[in-house]
Design a protein around this ligand. Structure first.
Ligand code: ASP
Length: 378
């Protein structure tokens, strides 16, 4: 049978053979067309996927936001040189953190290194540029929080640790405690190889003059039997605070925040502000947001500003922007406090919120778009 059919095939007349060939070619063309159509629809699907990915890409992979203090910062009081100097350090600081995040580094590292840049500048009230206490010393506070583990570290009232944010980080990473203070914190810093400096490293003429002005003002207030003797510098109150802080989201979805400060001019009796207090000056939680505060610390402590913003998102499901507005303007503001926060939420949404006339601030998204601002209305 098989040999017959073989033979038959061979003897098919030429015309019939041509027909068969035509049929086969048609079939082949049909199949090719089908294949092509299939491929097209597949690539259409994949381009839908690509655009979905692109859409997803709109949710930033990472984000970073910083502040260098809030207060009555008016353009009319600022020289172009001074403004340029502030902008330059803010930009250098935020780019430092941005590079870490872009290269896949952690938000904790980004926060620490970004704050280091501002701590090393005399322009900000943190590290090198810290304000003076009533006793003409510099007592520095800082804190940091990891949103993934809710672990935290803080240091208060140190006089010889060059970068208090490093100390806060070391307390978090290498001790069973959250907050260390004074001499004990300095011993811990020494044991962990942190950079120590002589207390006069923190001397700057500008800050010393602020202390003198605060003391003069205090005398005037006392002479007038005004019980509200200014423990804070009128310059600081009326011009700016200057604490530094940072909040960041990394590529792994981990949030972190940190804050570092010299506190408030003319402070005394070992006064500690909000900056080293977890929940007031700093808070981070991967489920909600990361926040760093600046302003009149006593009010930020009483209003639990940083944690309250996170709690509003956690318990009420409101947006970061709504939570920040409510806490700064309604809760803390109504107590009489002044200042602001920077924050980023788990989706990479960044917020600046303040009730003062300005706040040194900057933000960068994963596309490298940078914003550096000082005044309320830029
Ligand atoms: N919050 C800081 C403090 O009260 C001051 C500041 O933000 O500049 O110590």
């Amino acid at each position: 049978m098989s040999s017959v059919s073989k033979y038959q095939l061979k003897i098919v007349p030429l015309k019939a053979n041509n027909n068969l060939l035509m049929k086969r070619i048609t079939l082949l063309i049909l199949m090719l067309t089908l294949c092509y159509a299939c491929k097209e629809s597949k690539s259409e699907n994949s381009s839908t996927k690509d655009s979905e990915t692109e859409l997803k890409g709109e949710t930033p992979e990472f984000a970073i936001v910083i502040h260098g203090g809030a207060g009555t910062i008016l353009k009319k009081n600022m020289t172009p040189e001074k403004e340029a100097a502030y902008n330059a350090v803010l930009e250098e600081a935020i780019r430092t953190g941005y590079d870490i995040l872009k290269n896949g580094g952690t938000s904790l590292d980004a926060v620490t290194k970004t704050i280091n840049v501002m701590e090393d500048s005399p322009l900000f009230n943190a590290g090198k540029g810290s304000v003076f206490t009533n006793a003409e010393t510099n007592e520095l506070d800082a804190s940091i929080m990891d949103g993934q583990t809710l672990n935290a570290g803080a240091s208060a009232g140190t006089t010889t640790v060059r970068n208090p944010i490093d100390l806060a980080r070391a307390v978090m990473d290498n001790s069973p405690h959250v907050m260390l203070s004074g001499k004990g914190a300095e011993t811990f810093a020494q044991e962990h190889g942190l950079d120590l400096v002589a207390p006069d490293y923190f001397y700057t003429e500008n800050r010393f003059n602020s202390l003198k002005r605060a003391k003069d003002q205090e005398k005037i207030e006392l002479d007038h039997d005004d019980q509200q003797a200014s423990f804070y510098d009128p310059e600081i109150k009326n011009f700016k605070y200057g604490t530094v802080g940072c909040a960041a989201l990394d590529k792994n979805g981990n949030l972190a925040a940190g804050t570092s400060t010299g506190g408030m001019t003319n402070k005394r009796w070992g006064r500690i502000g909000d900056a080293p207090i977890i929940g007031s000056g700093t808070y981070a939680n991967n489920e909600t947001c990361a926040v760093s505060s600046t302003g009149w610390g006593e009010y930020f402590i009483r209003a639990q500003v940083a944690h309250d913003i996170s709690a509003m998102i956690e318990y009420k499901g409101v947006s970061l922007a709504e939570a920040a507005y409510e806490v700064i303007h309604n809760k803390m503001g109504k107590l009489g406090g002044t200042g602001g926060i920077v924050a980023v939420d788990k989706n990479g949404e960044m917020v600046f919120e303040f009730n003062t006339e300005g706040m040194y601030r900057a933000s960068m998204n994963d596309q490298g778009d940078i914003k550096v601002e000082i005044y309320e209305k830029q």
